[in-house]
Design a protein around this ligand. Structure first.
Ligand code: ADP
Ligand code: MG
Length: 344
């Protein structure tokens, strides 16, 4: 299956930059997720890879050969979009098999291929229905089946789950990733939802304003964010951002002795552990009970820190907090991460 390389890709709409010098490689048979807020250039990037948009500069290579001049059909990719673009007056089986006959397959071969693709997505009982008689999730399954029926080497998906409810979305995420592993396709998916990236990606490419902010495995980027944007974007918890001017910052600096280049510190709520020997102490302001854990706001110095914990906590109680080793994030003025030197 092809290795996909994007080299120095730049794109603009009417002089307005949409992609700036974007480069990355997707290994053969892996799933890369392009993640970023709305308007960050994700769809533009995917459309350039598909050949639906011609980049201004740079190259797209499949297995080392430049496909920039090839049309989408010549690139032999399959694509899935946010809303299932099915033909309303065509049965689901004919939507899935659309265009197959033109490729020279016999009627019986087409029937077989459509059935197999539908079976993979568990919609073989819907083949005789029209799209309006299927649910949103089922229609999206049909559009994924339509992409898979030709057994593509490359599958590109643009926010394929964003119109589905959370449970349905998670179910389909798991199935798509299972199919990707089973077939060994090289896959690129676009999403704004970091939880989808964690569930699916071998590699995350995080975009902001048309530039790559970071790239790597979801776990690695979450645990060692190379910059503040990455730390803020990944994770389900709200990050505690501690500005330079605060007394809390001064306290951290006195305990950890980091350098003057550090302008912002940040702590994930789950990186704050309630512990007798904690170096920070504060007063519990409020507690929000969850199913398994609770989230508490703790006033430390001049800041309310969000703490996620299994420990019991009561309002107005004094607590000591310890920072999980390796989880104090420090950033320079430009947002780049600074590594804390280990204490000797
Ligand atoms: P995303 O998919 O991350 O939301 P897009 O790639 O769709 O972002 O858009 C990136 C930027 O390019 C945005 O500022 C958007 O307004 C602009 N843009 C996208 N498509 C067009 C277009 N066809 N014409 C003009 N501007 C566009
Ligand atoms: Mg988009």
């Amino acid at each position: 299956m092809p290795v996909i390389s994007v080299r120095n890709l730049t794109h603009a709409y009417d002089e307005k930059a949409a992609l700036q010098d974007v480069s990355f490689t997707v290994r053969s048979g892996t799933c890369a997720v392009i993640l970023g807020p709305s308007g960050s250039g994700k769809s533009t990037l995917l459309r350039c890879i598909a050949g639906l948009e011609a980049q201004k500069e740079g190259q797209v290579l499949f297995d080392g050969s430049d496909v920039s001049a090839l049309s989408p059909s010549q690139r032999k990719i399959a694509m899935v979009f946010q809303s299932a673009a099915l033909f309303a007056y065509t049965k689901i089986k004919d939507n899935i098999g659309y265009g197959l006959r033109k490729l020279g397959w016999s009627k019986e071969e087409c029937r077989q291929m459509v059935y197999e693709a539908a079976e993979k997505l568990h919609i073989e009982n819907l083949l005789e229905r029209y799209p309006h008689a299927a649910s949103g999730g089922e229609r999206q399954r049909a559009s994924i089946a339509r992409a898979l029926v030709r057994k593509p080497d490359i599958l590109l998906l643009d926010e394929p789950f964003s119109s589905l409810d959370a449970r349905l979305s998670e179910e389909l995420q798991q199935e798509v990733i299972r199919l990707q592993k089973e077939t060994g396709m090289t896959m690129i998916m676009v999403t704004h939802d970091q939880s989808e990236a964690v569930n699916m990606a071998d590699q995350v490419i995080l975009l902001h304003e048309g530039k790559i902010q970071s790239a790597g495995s979801p776990k690695d980027l979450y645990e060692n964010p190379p910059n503040l944007f990455t730390a803020l974007f990944l994770g389900t918890e709200r990050l505690n951002v501690i500005p330079f001017e605060s007394a809390m910052f001064a306290k951290l600096k006195s305990v950890y002795g980091f350098g003057d280049e550090v302008r912002t510190a940040a702590l994930r709520p789950s990186a704050l552990l309630v512990s007798e020997e904690g170096e920070l102490n504060g007063t519990v302001i409020s507690v929000h009970e969850g199913y398994e854990e609770r989230e508490a706001a703790v006033l430390c110095e001049d800041m309310q820190l969000l703490v996620r914990t299994h420990a019991t906590m009561k309002s107005s109680e004094r607590v000591n907090l310890k920072i999980r080793e390796g989880f104090l994030y420090l950033f320079k003025e430009d947002g780049a991460s600074v590594k804390l030197k280990p204490v000797v």
